[in-house]
Design a protein around this ligand. Structure first.
Ligand code: ADP
Ligand code: FBP
Length: 311
């Protein structure tokens, strides 16, 4: 079974405005209230790809119920853990440029956090777990690492899509996939990266430090896949961007959904980019038919071999 974990789900409130004037009354042109949080987005795209999965994480209050009900309506299995505070609402302002205001998330007590770890008691090597998004501040700093240690003990595969130390500390446990965007890759190694050539050595480091695959996403410029066999660039199709929130999560779903079925990394990478772009071209996350239309437009080129790490 594939599981997604969203420690900090959200309602994404997407607001389109002609312009934003700070200090004035601004009128909304169009708005959308959608379930959000990285693992939840992954679950929804996996479902579009007809890959059965279960969403785990912490939800609370009327906002948490909104998220859970939406997933259940779409036919996604959920095993959320209830918390007392409301799930956060993240505001995404689209006024020419995209501005995001992401909430901190609810308080999660120590006993609830410990209770959540019991989920993994029955996991096996048949399971793949996708850990995505930020960690609410009330959870211990090593909470992701604790989850990963539980998964490694059960020989379950895992994917992690987060940032900073949580991502850095996860590499040694050999994730199946990590997917920083190019800004997050630079932040991880404390460098500024301006070109694909400059990114290649840092993408390779992700593999040397333990990841089996790494995808560096480049928004409209496509993405780079780092695999044992080499480094590949995929172009992104051209189209009208409606809402790129969740594009990165869609990539993760596309790769894992196809790779777990075919074990073909390049096919999985193709779907991954198609899923990301199809979401960028949609108001909500992509639908299956949007993804299928883009698959044949993705062009993949090998841009480098990867030298094996001798150590
Ligand atoms: N402007 C765009 N045009 C086409 N595809 C896009 C665009 N923006 C994002 N995408 C697709 O979504 C993927 C992930 O986008 P990116 O913005 O890099 O991720 P994240 O949301 O994690 O920051 C890209 O690799 C690409 O396939
Ligand atoms: O957990 P974080 O890092 O605050 O991110 C949560 C936000 O990221 C999203 O999952 C979108 O992520 P991406 O655009 O990176 O795919 C939103 O749905 C959500 O509001």
């Amino acid at each position: 079974m594939i599981y997604t974990i969203t420690l900090n789900p959200s309602i994404d409130y997407i607001v389109h405005l002609d312009g934003l004037e700070i200090g004035n009354v601004n009128r909304i042109k169009q708005d959308f209230k959608l379930p959000g949080g990285k693992g939840i987005n992954v679950s929804r795209i996996l479902n579009q790809l007809q890959v059965s999965n279960t969403a785990l994480g912490f939800v609370g209050g009327f906002t948490g119920k909104f998220v859970e009900d939406w997933l259940i309506d779409e036919g996604i299995q959920t095993e959320f853990t209830e918390v007392e505070d409301d799930t956060r609402i993240n505001v995404k302002l689209k006024a020419g440029e995209e501005t995001e205001i992401n909430g901190e998330g609810p308080h999660i007590s120590e006993s609830t956090a410990n209770e959540f770890l019991k989920h993994f008691d029955g996991f096996t090597e048949e399971d793949t777990v996708i850990l995505s998004g930020s960690r609410p501040k009330s959870l211990p700093e090593d909470y992701y690492e604790t989850i990963i240690q539980n998964l490694v003990a059960k020989k379950s595969a895992f994917v992690i899509d987060t940032t900073g130390n949580d991502l850095k500390n996860a590499l040694k446990y050999q994730p199946l996939l990590v997917k920083p965007n190019h800004h997050e890759l630079g932040d991880l190694f404390n460098v500024e990266l301006h070109s694909i050539e400059e990114m290649i050595p840092y993408g390779k480091k992700l593999l040397e430090q333990g990841a089996k695959f790494a995808i560096i996403s480049l928004a409209g410029e496509g993405a780079i896949l780092f695999a044992e066999e080499g480094v590949y660039h995929a172009t992104a199709p051209k189209g009208k961007v409606k809402n790129s929130v969740g594009a990165g999560d869609s990539m993760v779903a596309g790769f894992v959904g196809i790779y777990t079925q075919t074990k073909d990394a390049l096919e999985a990478f193709t779907f991954s980019v198609a899923c990301g772009s199809a979401t960028a071209f949609s108001d909500d996350l992509a639908k299956r038919e949007d993804i299928e239309k883009l698959v044949d437009l993705i062009k993949i080129k090998k841009i480098d071999g990867v030298e094996k790490n001798e150590n």
